[in-house]
Design a binder for this molecule. Structure first.
Ligand code: PLV
Length: 358
């Protein structure tokens, strides 16, 4: 099953966290070589938990950033998808197929490479060329299908009918939630005491489901989760309001990786187990948060992550406190910096121009 580097590469062990593998360095490019153990050690790293002076100033409370943007594959997605893919490889899967708004695809492509399996990533047609090229650079085959993630998902399900192929669900599977829950165990180990709130972005609801499961596992189920979405990708907020799953007619937000028209049923289940405060911000607020975070912390994240950061930058958290939904003197706030590959400086400028910000 191990994928060997093509040609004569000089191999050095760089101690990839949790990898149990080797890096083969050749022609300046780094290829992860699947090794014994690659199927049991998690593919994600223990991500840094950083105190942010700038965001703490804005929030009026200590803000910790759980930096999932530095995970291999660029987002938290590797936690759950890595877990899922390892399990499928154990069960004899021969080809991974994953529909994605981008980040799930990077996590699946990375996992496939670690497992020595081929991967096909199906993305909406409007996906940027940079993302397509980088996924191909990770060794994945890329297919473009439809306008939004839901369309690409149909195509992925069709491909997964092939013998030995397995569909990797970006957010709707218990193994995905189990993998994402590891994030909360890391918070518990780092903080000891529960934070006053956890802020995260919601797309299909996999991160929410994982964090909620993790909070229950560590006995922190009373910690409120502030669940952030952008208008036009607000399928969780709509479901909460209706008290049942709602399918949005279209995804109109620029935060395409939050763009699942319907959330997983588990997201509604979480609302019964944990305290969830759902908030919807405008695209302009999410993109503004991306710019401010870049200036404050010198990290560039995509608008999906900007939605979470906007909880602080656009004062939603303060509003929730003022309205009595959140404690007015929060011990600390953890923001999950979920990351994202769908951004570069040119794309940020284009988004700002589109939203009339510059
Ligand atoms: N993005 C998925 C689903 O897209 C994807 O394929 O990339 N923050 C970032 C940076 C994300 O990429 C995603 C999901 C989320 C937040 C939301 O996570 P979820 O789907 O588990 O709620 C359509």
């Amino acid at each position: 099953m191990a994928r060997r580097p093509r040609g004569r590469g000089r191999s050095v062990n760089r101690g990839l966290p949790g990898a149990g593998g080797q890096l083969a360095i050749r022609s300046g490019r780094i290829t992860v070589v699947a090794m014994e153990g690659a199927q049991s050690e998690p593919f994600h790293t223990v991500s840094p938990l950083l105190r942010s002076w700038a965001l703490s100033q804005v929030a009026g409370a200590t803000v910790f950033l759980k930096c999932e943007n530095v995970q291999p594959s660029g987002s938290f997605k590797i936690r759950g998808i890595g877990r899922f893919c390892q399990e499928m490889a154990r069960k004899g899967c021969r080809h991974l197929v994953c529909s994605s708004g981008g980040n799930a695809g990077f996590a699946a492509a990375y996992s496939a490479q670690r497992l020595g399996l081929p991967a096909t990533i199906v993305l909406p047609e409007a996906t940027s060329q940079q993302v397509v090229r980088r996924l191909q650079g990770e060794g994945a085959e890329v297919q473009l299908a439809g306008k939004v993630w839901d369309d690409a998902n149909l195509q992925a399900h069709a491909l997964a009918q092939r013998d030995g192929w397995v569909n990797v669900p970006p957010f709707d599977h218990p193994l995905i939630w189990e993998g994402h829950a590891s994030l909360v165990h890391e918070l518990k180990a780092a903080l000891g005491a529960p934070p006053g709130a956890v802020v995260l972005a919601v797309g299909g609801g996999g991160l929410l489901a994982g964090v909620a499961a993790g909070l229950v596992e560590v006995g922190w189920q009373s910690v409120p989760i502030v669940a952030m979405e952008t208008r036009g990708a607000h399928s969780f907020h709509a479901a909460l309001e209706a008290g049942r799953l709602v399918t949005l007619p279209d995804i109109t937000s620029v935060a395409k990786s939050l763009g699942a028209k319907t959330v997983t049923a588990q997201a509604l289940e979480c609302a019964r187990q944990c305290r969830i405060l759902s908030q919807v911000v405008e695209d302009a607020e999410a993109v503004n948060a991306v710019q401010r975070f870049l200036d404050d912390e010198r990290m560039l994240v995509e608008p999906a992550c900007g939605a979470a950061l906007a909880a602080i930058y656009s004062g939603r958290l303060g509003q929730l406190q003022a309205e009595g939904h959140l404690d007015p003197s929060l011990a600390s706030i953890v923001v999950i910096v979920c990351g994202g590959n769908n951004i570069d400086s040119q794309q940020l400028r284009a988004l700002q121009a589109q939203l009339g910000q510059h």
